[in-house]
Design a protein around this ligand. Structure first.
Ligand code: MSS
Length: 366
């Protein structure tokens, strides 16, 4: 087997024993290493960057970081220090890369072949975007999107639109959005977007802009390639255009984190099947588990604290597994009655895999 790649310097503080290094800007958490107490520790949280992260010097004086706010009555630049005086909220939220589960597409789309571990459930603290907007006189009328721009330095001489990380989400996403400076009770590390990150609960990872330098309410979506062509549900074999649906809200999803095929030989008898389930914009309502490849289903118990509709729930089901090979599956339903689908939606870039079939695991009981 090839030697495991080392952790990149900006994420060297991660727990290397549980991270899969796909590349310098793509680290995944091993399945089964997400823990069972709801919150994913920061040193196990996946990392994904489209551009190299800025220099760590941007963290030297966190309170001095500046974000320009536009598309409001009184547009202006605000420091993190000023933001800290404008409001405070905490949200527990599943942060999940748009391409989580891409590694399960038989079409082998380009991009990191994530299994389940480009996701975690974490706490963000910061000021509600709506409080900032109110303080700046309210939104201008007729605007349709909230657009965040990443603070990466771009190389000179290239059209910034080709590279910059700038994403627009529908205006209503502002409702629960935060400008956050804290992750799991500590200042946000560089790898996760410190000193300041836009948090858009219920939306896929890419919409959560790290080191945000501009927050704008806009009539149109960003002209950046990452918005116009990137992160869209494009039919297999087609080139992406801005007519394809953008990857925004997350769908209802669950997967099993134990037992796993590599948990070692399982002894026949009692066993607890457990995993995580979330509903994107809506709370997860129930999870069913099958131990016979989907022929029959049993309702699992949601365990642990309910941290709100954007967080995941851990589920558990005690079963007795006889000797033999078993395909274990889970499927979730949200509070609006949306059900996790059996099959993935094929698409050119491997986004949005919520298939319960794909996320099943095979275990052997001796
Ligand atoms: N931001 C910025 N500024 N830059 C970049 O690159 N990326 C994305 C987000 N944000 C970026 C940003 C992505 S893409 C993702 S996932 C996320 O982020 C991740 O996060 P973490 O913290 O985990 O690393 Mo896919 O959809």
């Amino acid at each position: 087997a090839p030697a495991a790649k080392p952790l990149p310097a900006f994420a060297a503080w991660k727990d290397g024993s549980v991270m899969i290094v796909h590349g310098a800007n793509a680290l995944e958490t091993r399945r089964g290493a997400l823990g069972s107490s709801v919150i994913t520790p920061a040193d196990r949280l996946y990392v994904r960057n489209n551009l190299p992260a800025p220099d760590a010097a941007i963290l030297a004086d966190r309170d001095a970081w500046v974000v320009q706010v536009d598309g409001v009555k009184n547009p202006r630049a605000l420091t993190v220090k000023e933001l800290k005086g404008m409001g405070l909220e905490t949200v527990a939220m599943v942060l999940q890369c748009s391409g989580n589960g891409r590694g399960m597409f038989p079409s082998k789309p380009s991009g990191s072949p994530w299994q389940v571990g480009a996701a975690g459930c974490v706490l963000w603290s910061g000021v509600p975007v709506r409080a900032v907007v109110e303080a700046l006189g309210g939104p201008l009328s007729g605007l349709k999107y909230m657009t965040g721009t990443g603070g990466e330095k771009l190389p000179e001489g290239v059209d910034p639109r080709t590279l910059m990380v700038e994403r627009s989400v529908p205006l209503e996403a502002m409702g629960d959005a935060l400008l956050a400076w804290e992750l799991n009770g500590a200042p946000i590390p560089l790898a996760h977007g410190g000193p300041l990150r836009l948090i858009v609960p219920g939306y896929t990872g890419v919409n959560n802009i790290k080191y945000i330098k501009r927050l704008a309410f806009t009539a149109e979506q960003s002209e950046a390639a990452i918005q116009q062509h990137g992160y869209r549900m494009t039919a297999l074999g087609q080139k992406s255009t801005n007519a394809d649906p953008s990857v925004w809200e997350m769908g209802v999803k669950s997967w099993i984190n134990g037992p796993l095929p590599d948990s070692g030989a399982l002894a026949a008898g009692p066993c607890v099947i457990h995993g995580v389930a979330f509903g994107g914009l809506h709370a997860v309502k129930r999870v069913e588990v099958s131990v016979d490849d989907g022929k029959t289903w049993q309702e699992a118990k949601l365990v642990g604290p309910d941290l709100g509709r954007y967080a995941w729930r851990q589920f558990a089901l005690a079963v007795k597994l006889p000797a033999g090979m078993h395909t274990l599956l889970s499927r979730a339903e949200d509070s609006k009655g949306n059900r996790q689908p059996e099959l993935r939606v094929e698409n050119a870039h491997g986004y949005g895999n919520t298939s319960w079939r794909d996320h099943g695991v095979k275990v052997v009981v001796a």
